[in-house]
Design a protein around this ligand. Structure first.
Ligand code: AMP
Ligand code: MG
Length: 300
């Protein structure tokens, strides 16, 4: 049996698998199976108020599950398959398990760009919920080995290193105004070029599951560091001097995003008094990187 067919049969039995996507590796399961949904929360140790993203191979495949708005169609045409998640209203006959939505009247959906993920979604022809394949509050995995660190018995499809390396951008389309719920793998500027201004989180806007602390390495993180203190490791960007690793020596934000979690993971495995990170500009994918770093820097 091919790896893909094996993955399909596991999913049909309600089991979980490791799924490579272009953002990070996902912990995937059949979104129509409530036991499988409960297993995702249980295995990750994820609070059940934190909803999951549903992965599909086409918007049409979910037409009985969600209310597809014209803006959703426009964004889908421009950015799918790709690292953009849209939050839409659930339709009254939605088949997707309510636990995947954490009981909310909305559903987050996306079409991933990774060829293996797309092939699997077409083959199984069922929506899959797939949060990142890490224990809650651990770093998101961008390689199969990183997934196996947290879940050693999981069946993981090999899809190579994730090329985008940070999670999807999430846009809420369930209300009157498109709203940024999470910066991610597609730059906000690119989305605004298609649909105009997007409301950004501030007072009053609160996305479910966006806890202050998330994506944390074991070592403490010191952000916007201009040099390293004694005993620290330095994660550089651009022409940083004395960097132990550099996200992108040429200052390329796309390259830096694809290296972020993997390099944090490598530095985290080395003895140190903490990890210092060079400043990363707040443009393009820098928004997503600074967001993840800020959450990673929060200590209990
Ligand atoms: P991940 O942890 O990468 O799987 O991303 C899941 C995130 O998507 C959640 O933590 C929420 O922030 C967001 N999300 C998922 N479903 C919804 C929803 N129905 N409404 C708003 N945000 C959602
Ligand atoms: Mg995650």
């Amino acid at each position: 049996m091919s790896d893909l067919h094996h993955a399909v049969s596991l999913l049909k039995e309600g089991k979980l698998i490791g799924l490579p996507t272009e953002t990070v590796y996902g912990l995937a399961a059949d979104a129509l199976n409530s036991k499988a949904m409960a297993s995702i929360f249980h295995l990750k140790g994820r609070p059940t108020f934190n909803p999951l993203i549903i992965h599909t191979h086409s918007l049409e495949a979910l037409k009985e599950d969600i209310i597809i708005t014209p803006t959703a169609r426009l964004l889908a045409e421009h950015f799918w398959p790709g690292p953009l998640t849209l939050v839409l209203r659930r339709s009254p006959h939605c088949r997707i398990d309510p636990l995947a939505s954490a009981g909310l009247p909305t559903l987050a959906v996306r079409i991933p760009r990774h060829p293996l993920a797309l092939e699997l979604l077409k083959l199984i022809n069922r929506p899959l919920a797939a949060p990142s394949a890490n224990l809650s509050n651990h770093l998101s995995p961008t390689t199969k080995d990183m997934v196996l660190k947290d879940f050693k018995d999981l069946y993981v499809l090999e899809g190579g290193p994730a090329v985008v390396g940070v999670e999807s951008t999430i846009i809420g389309l369930e209300g009157d105004v498109p709203t940024l719920y999470r910066p991610g793998g597609i730059a906000l500027e690119a989305i605004e070029a298609v649909i105009g201004t997007i409301a950004q989180p501030g007072k009053g806007i609160h996305a479910p599951g966006m806890q202050k602390k998330h994506y944390a390495p074991n070592h403490s993180l010191r952000l916007n560091a201009v040099s390293k203190n004694e005993g620290e490791l330095l994660l550089g960007f651009g022409d940083t001097k004395n960097a132990d690793l550099n996200l992108s020596p040429t200052g390329d934000l796309t390259e830096a995003a694809s290296n972020l979690f993997y390099m944090l993971h490598l530095l985290d495995a080395r003895p140190s008094k903490g990890i210092a990170v060079s400043p990363i500009p707040m443009i393009g994918l820098g928004l997503a990187m600074n967001d993840r770093l800020k959450r990673g820097a929060v200590r209990d």
